[in-house]
Design a protein around this ligand. Sequence first.
Ligand SMILES: Cc1ncc(COP(=O)(O)O)c(C=O)c1O
Length: 425
Amino acid sequence: MRHSADGRRADERRGADERLFQQTAHSPSYFELARRGGEGSEQVLDFCIPCNPYFPTPRMFEQLAGRLESILKFYPSDADTIAGQLARVLRLNPATIAMSNGSTELITWMDHLWVTESIAVPVPTFGRWTDQPLETGKRVDMLPLLESDAFELDVDRYVAFIRSRGSRAAVLCNPNNPDGGYLPSREVLRFVDELSDLDLVVIDESFIDFVDAEHAPSVAAEAALRPNVVVLKSLGKNFGLHGIRFGYLVANPGLAARMRRALPKWNLNALAEAVVFMLDEHLAEYRESLRLLRRDRFAMGVELARMPELSVFSSQANFLLVKLADGIDGSELRDHLLSRHGILVRECGNKLGMSNQFLRLVVRPAQDVAGLVEGIRDFLAYRRPSPEPRDPASLILRSISPDTGDRLREIPRPRPELRPTRRPN
Ligand SMILES: Cc1ncc(COP(=O)(O)O)c(C=O)c1O
């Protein structure tokens, strides 16, 4: 059990933690948790914020740290210079991109510029896609993704929904957050082509680099050839640098230029510039980080699926959605993991279209997953009465593999030997 420097047990801080989790539709920030938690809480094992744990490499962090003084002292270059370098590294046409201070900045500006009256959004998904247009008085047409379909998006059902509501704009997150569901690129293209009359169609590819279901999953190059399609990318998730706040969009040169004109001057900071100019030399390490992450995703899915109290949804993102068996309260589990094991998880009760029976767990290396599994087992042993374990055969996982396309596959789940671990005293 972890203790803070003043000798208080971590679970004695629980009141503050619970209030933090109820503040917004998002997770509390790491820094806020650390400030409230006192000394020692910086050691929290984070399964909450979907960040690449293998990139940047320790060597890159050393290089950045060595340059910190000049990075912080001087103005960065303008956004065109930084975006131009990003385009060179990622082999994109600079005329088709606009770079921002986090992709959330682009969601905000797209809403201001191009969402005129209504927007269709499948839920659950990233909360800003519903909250931003609601905050500016737009009508948000929410299509519920069904748990019975493993939250899979059916293109025909979504298009029919958009037509029936008369939505003027539409969003599709691929892979989706929080379930990691993935739509093959040919289906995404079919979707955008069905909707060529809309004001705007956004494909949010913030997690696309983690996909291994097909070789070239992004539709960014195709978006640039269409009049109303924008592909959105966050760089914080795949480059493991949420704190920097950088992202970009890809669209036809006319749309991209309108966005660049709308964005504030010097919206990108010098840390973002430093990282973008380092990337070229580190692309091999970046590709390796993605390989390791996909390996961990598979291993973590298998490990979690051994627990009969968890249903694990297969994912192409860097997180796994799990559902807790009936009778298990996700908020209690979240609080237990944080206070007794120093593990932070995302309980999804405050996400539209979810309940607190769902947790989103970020993919982490095997030794961290072992700690998580131990914490969950500890919680299950601690709470009474324990639930009837669900029949593993009833737990169908959605899986998309390169050769099977979008067909459903049942992943065999070994019946685990569930040993109660120590009870907290
Ligand atoms: C699907 C999706 N899009 C966009 C974002 C925003 O990312 P950023 O940190 O680049 O603002 C998130 C954040 O979680 C997300 O899940």
